[in-house]
Design a protein around this ligand. Sequence first.
Ligand code: AMP
Length: 389
Amino acid sequence: MKILVLNSGSSSLKFQLFEMPQATVLVKGLAERIGEKTSRFVANDFEVNEPIATHKDALHLLTDYLLDSKQPILKDTSEIAAVGHRVVHGGNTFVQPTVITGQVKDKIRELFSLAPLHNPANLTGIETAEEIFSNAKQIAVFDTAFHQSIPIENHKYAIPNNFYEAGIRKYGFHGISHQYVSREANKLLGRKDIKLITLHLGNGASATAVLNGKSFDTTMGFGPMNGLIMGTRSGDIDQSIIFYLLEKLNYSSADIQNILNKQSGMKALAGSNDLRDIETAANQGDKRAQLALIMYAGTIKKYIGNFTAQMNGLDALIFTAGIGENSDVVRDLATKNLSFLGIEIDPNKNKNPKKYQGDITGKNSKVKIFIIPTNEEKEIASQVYQLIY
Ligand code: AMP
């Protein structure tokens, strides 16, 4: 059974075609800078650089490739049984992968206000795929769904209740990634009844406490800005700063959004949001870069402590995404001086994790420490497969 997974952004479309249930990747690629003159389309080793006006044009390029490449991957697009769509915000409504109907689309539209950058693009992807793959089932997989298990004491804010009733609560994000790596960790440990912390450290970053296979708490909240320090997002700050910027320094609400989303985090601290540049600068003695790394790792440590205390223990700590998978420096700093919690990394294994299948647990560590590469597309494909098979 062939399942196509689409991750639609406002000007991009990432895709992977899987043969299920083996989850063999038949095609992987993306269209980027859609709507601009400098668009690019890549599918496996095929690449075109020509203007792509819309998401529909991008999907046409994909179908042309699937049907007409040197060794056609499909005889007919009807071979695609289902299209799985990553949808960022499912609000309180969606806790499971969901077959897309008119009502589901209306609900995704209602949630535009909660995810203004993502849900509109996700809906464009859905509507385009409905036209082009009209025989396929269209399934939405929500990034917030995994976190719907977070208990009320961890998802409610201490603000007047009418706001809670209006849907202002912690939703959490990166759920597809946290779910995937936590399940992989359960497989590695051969058990599900365990206490995990999953650290998704990419350009966006979040940590999740996973108790007995379910999300128990997470660092992102109502929106995707708080919690850990990120590439360009501030992470936790004191709310009073926003009012000070607004009322005393006369920034507009749009300015503040831009500052906290795009001009903060590692970019503000070290002048770059690319951790590789920051590590190089820190190695060359750049004090800003050194401080940025310490602060970045420091917020991770705070949440390791927080979540371990909440779960009354920890069985495994999981690093994933661009930084989690690749930066031994961050992994080292984020776990330093945590031996009192039973967390100790093996420095050698941390430097050559591939040699140890990602198990970087130190010899005296009570807590297992794993690097598990995330694979959101595979997770979406397997959730879709389970729903329709
Ligand atoms: P992601 O959003 O998961 O693609 O992660 C992007 C982040 O991963 C960027 O900050 C990159 O600088 C970082 N990254 C990717 N490769 C490496 C590497 N080899 N060492 C350190 N950081 C890396």
